[in-house]
Design a protein around this ligand. Structure first.
Ligand SMILES: [Zn+2]
Length: 111
């Protein structure tokens, strides 16, 4: 079922972004459980509106994570990963290659 695959992709993107910002995986849980609730409501007769609503929900959680989520530590500015030379923004504490920024609270040097 295509929708499940898209949901797995979206959950993965939310999880990756949470990890980069040093946040917990709670946003993945919120996005997926909200989606499941709306699937249930769709079965009760919400129909096509339910389809729209559940993807709006997942999108809203992702946007919230990108724009407003607080609590994740951050570094002063854009930085370049010494391992893979990728540029990361100030909210990204862990590079996609796994390197942890030295200013990250849980950093003890190298991961
Ligand atoms: Zn890197």
């Amino acid at each position: 079922m295509l929708e499940i695959l898209v949901l797995i992709g979206a959950a993965g993107a939310i999880g990756t972004r949470s990890k980069q910002r040093g946040l917990s995986q709670v946003y993945v849980v919120v996005a997926v459980s909200g989606w499941l609730v709306l699937v249930g409501l769709s079965a009760l007769g919400l129909g096509f509106a339910g389809l729209i609503l559940r993807w709006l929900w997942v999108g809203a959680v992702y946007l919230y994570l990108l724009r407003f989520a607080q609590g994740g530590a951050r570094v002063a500015s854009r930085w370049q990963c010494p391992d893979c030379t990728l540029f990361n923004d100030g909210e990204t504490l862990r590079c996609l290659c796994g390197y942890l920024h030295p200013d990250a609270p849980e950093s003890a040097g190298r991961p």
